[in-house]
Write a protein that binds this ligand. Sequence first.
Ligand SMILES: [Ca+2]
Ligand SMILES: [Ca+2]
Ligand SMILES: [Ca+2]
Length: 423
Amino acid sequence: MLARVTIVLIAAFLVLTPGVGRADLSPYNQDFEGLNQADSGALGGDGWLVFGNVFDPGWGYAYGYGVFPAPNGTPGFCSVAAGEGGPDQGAQQIVVYNDYNNTDHGIGFFIEANVFRESVVGAGDVGSTWFFQFDAKHGDLAGSSTAIAFIKTLNPAAGYATTNFLPVDMTSIPDTWNRYAISLHIDAGLVGQIVQYGFASTTTGYQPSGMLYDNVDFRALAPTVNIDPNVINLDSHAPLVTVYLEMDGFDIGSVDPTSLRLAGSIVPSSKFAVIGDHNLNDVPDLMVKFSRSDLDPLLTPGVNNLTITGALVSGETFSGSDAITVIDPPMGSPAASISPNPLNPAGVLSFRTATSGPVAVRMFDLNGRLVRTLLEKQVVPAGTHEVSFDGRDRSGASLPSGVYFYRVETPEGVAKGQFSILK
Ligand SMILES: [Ca+2]
Ligand SMILES: [Ca+2]
Ligand SMILES: [Ca+2]
């Protein structure tokens, strides 16, 4: 029945949907706590739409109606509900049911009542995977009534043909709250098409059909990536780089750590895959480490934008990236460099020594005044060294924005350079 229902809905859309724009898909997140239960326009004003399809007792298509803004507080389609939530659902929910204003219930016709939102795929969405996630609880649905949640795509350039129909049967879910997810991968062929996500019930004879939904969320699976350190010196020999992934709106535990690849091909060092919150922003992050010996040959001096790809345990793929600065001091000289430049306000000074010996590193302001000593004749081995600089003077005060100089004295000679602090 569902395939037939879908085909019919499209035809009606052709008539009733005006031309759509080319904006990218819009994320949506709603806990229904801020909607006024007494406002008949509360759901319609939040972008919810309704559409009805009607079938005769032999399941022949009779007619369709809509699209209309979703009503609230009537016997038709949906309302803001209260008092049905658990700890995660709060005071208010949406209850989705059939259209009991349609009197063809009384003559044995089947009414399919759709309650949904929609958004248009843009070129910027290609390659992303979008998730429709929601909490659901069985309401008063009974008898022969059925309920689904769905994502659909419709192609306006092809008579609003349905190009994807991804339903999840909600009919027999428990009367306790659980979270559900439906995902859609956006390929180039979907640009300009309409994505609809929402809920529907099909019933007849005024049978009960209510189902409760909450914490409705529509967003791309897009990690925030932070690669640490921000500066990589190709002559230093730190064995690993760390990647922190955050997935706001998703369970970070659903990421398959073995699926992660850095810069296309590098597999994680298997010892590390730890969930925590290293930056204390209340968004859990997954910490994964990668081998420098794998990564370094792929880097070039300057800014490198490194992409990390991966998949959830359920198979959906994602990617994200972070920029790092790569420095590669020439061999056999005391060359030094500071990165980033300008500093805001902290950075790392890197320098090379060919022999072991005492090294001094000092910072000066534009007037030649010593503002900070980072190393004072400290004996360091041959190799490349990094000294972090926090943008403060020797008394601990933040240095103002401006131009500064560094001076690195090594057994082989002196390296000097200029940098800026720009806050
Ligand atoms: Ca709620
Ligand atoms: Ca970083
Ligand atoms: Ca975090």
